[in-house]
Write a protein that binds this ligand. Structure first.
Ligand code: SAH
Length: 452
């Protein structure tokens, strides 16, 4: 059946990076269609009341449309902007941040132009891919097609570290001869669920985490030996067992199969150890820029006590520790806190204290004890912080809050909440995730009536 189509002009890009078109009163969101473009659209699917369309024929092209490097970008759910020129991606991100402040915080703010990458390809240091077999028994791996559990086979991914491809190719090649089966989600059988690969940018660490459905892993040692022989640059291999029927990739149980079980990387001149479960920013080149912007926004003089909330393996606090008196850091994942403590020791940093706790509970206790803090760094996950934490900060009255956010909508919500006691001084987006609709932002807030 030929789908019914309608002609429309793209008027905007949505929060999710999709082209916005109108058909009568209906709004449709269309992947890889850019403002000013005209085309024939067919209904694709609807989700939570929103309609999504497919671009069937493009009749007028945007000057910002480019030929994608990646030939499977339309099928794969990984990138939103393979076909959008890089400067236009940056413009979109700058605008998106401003729009969130307008919509959610009802604030008109001046947003600095998004800082981009000189070379926005092959930037990711973390890759996680599921495996499957085609009907001829050949292994493939790839990304899930957007909103489905269908794996789109990926041969070369243009945003991932190039070493990952060699490792994935070796796994696909070796697995059949070791009688390893890919895990079949729908049937709940098979063995290998995902490979998670982490690479260091500035040191030679390469970690492979083999996520299996069950603990049993026949010919485990021989498989690892063969894998390392194929890819001698691998420095550690870990088995992670995830028996749950879930979208979460890693399970609880881990066994180190080769090497130390973690990798190390250098960031802003500090050596960091990274375990499989610890959070580590995925774009090492831009992380240095991001932290640079965060530290600059904090205007440290060397005298401050700073608080690093949602500290991961201690990166922001440790980078800031060189320019302040002392740092208190809090993070909820135990493995990350262990990494952080080791990281401080090995780098000879002694003015940072790490605590494993919920950031809000910890902050409430700090406020109750009237502890003195000059600057708070907040770097929460996508869902942002919460009112308990923000209320406690308002009681602690640090002079400055530097909020590092990977979601401008929760950033705007939290800034609005803080605006009873703080004024927003600067907003700087940083492009940590080229070719995707995501944007990282550093916002600095200053205590109202404070001179500093
Ligand atoms: N600042 C770090 C990590 C940022 S990611 C960096 O730049 O690398 C957000 C971190 O918040 C993750 O490490 C996550 O484990 C942690 N986290 C999530 N919920 C938390 C909570 N309620 N309390 C403290 N930390 C939390």
């Amino acid at each position: 059946m030929i789908p019914k189509t309608f002609s429309a002009t793209c008027v905007d890009l949505s929060y999710e990076g999709k082209g916005v078109v109108k058909n009568g009163k209906d709004v449709y969101f269309v992947s890889a269609m850019f403002p000013g473009e005209e085309g024939e659209i067919a209904f694709d699917y609807s989700r939570n009341g929103a309609k999504f369309g497919k671009l069937v024929r493009l009749t007028k092209k945007s000057a910002d449309r480019v030929d994608p490097k990646c030939k499977i970008c339309s099928a794969c759910g990984g990138c939103d902007f393979q076909q959008l020129a890089y400067p236009a991606q940056l413009e979109y991100k700058t605008k998106k941040v401003g729009e969130q402040f307008r919509k959610i915080a009802k604030m008109d703010v001046e947003v600095a132009p998004c800082i981009g990458m000189d070379d926005p390809y092959f930037y990711r240091n973390k890759i996680q891919m599921p495996f499957a077999k085609d009907n001829r028994g050949r292994w493939y791996c790839g990304f899930y097609k957007a909103n489905t559990h269908v794996i789109v086979p990926v041969d070369t991914c243009y945003i991932e570290d190039e070493r990952a491809k060699q490792i994935l190719d070796a796994i696909k090649k070796l697995a059949p001869s070791f009688k390893i089966e890919p895990y079949l989600e729908d049937e709940g059988r098979g063995m290998l669920r995902h490979a998670l690969i982490r690479t260091s940018k500035h040191l030679d660490g390469v970690m492979v985490v083999l996520v299996t459905y069950k603990e049993a892993f026949p010919s485990r040692n021989n498989f690892v030996k063969a894998l390392v022989k194929e890819c001698p640059f691998i420095t550690t291999v870990v088995q992670n067992v995830n028996p749950r029927h879930t979208n979460v990739i890693l399970g609880d149980f881990e066994r180190v199969l080769y090497g130390p079980g973690f990798i190390e990387d250098m960031l802003c001149g500090i050596r960091f150890r990274i375990s499989p479960k610890s959070f580590y920013q995925v774009n090492p080149v831009m992380t240095e820029k991001l932290y640079g912007e965060a530290i600059k926004a904090a205007r440290l003089t060397g005298e401050e006590t700073i608080f690093d909330a949602y500290s991961g393996i201690g990166t922001i606090g440790m980078v800031a520790s060189k320019s302040c008196k002392n740092v208190i850091a809090v993070e909820i994942v135990e493995a990350a806190v262990k990494d952080a403590i080791q990281n401080a020791k090995r780098n000879g940093i002694s003015n940072v204290r790490f605590y494993c706790d919920d950031a809000s509970s910890f902050m409430v206790r700090m406020a109750r004890n009237n502890q003195h803090v000059d600057v708070v760094f907040l770097d929460p996950p996508r869902k942002g912080s919460d009112e308990r934490c923000l209320d406690a900060i308002c009681k602690l009255k640090p002079n400055r809050i530097v909020y590092v956010s990977c979601d401008p909508s929760t950033l705007a919500r939290d800034v609005k909440y803080l605006s009873k006691a703080y004024s927003l001084e600067s907003v700087q987006p940083v492009d940590m995730f080229p070719f995707t609709m995501h944007v990282e932002t550093v916002a600095m807030l200053r205590l109202k009536d404070s001179k500093k």
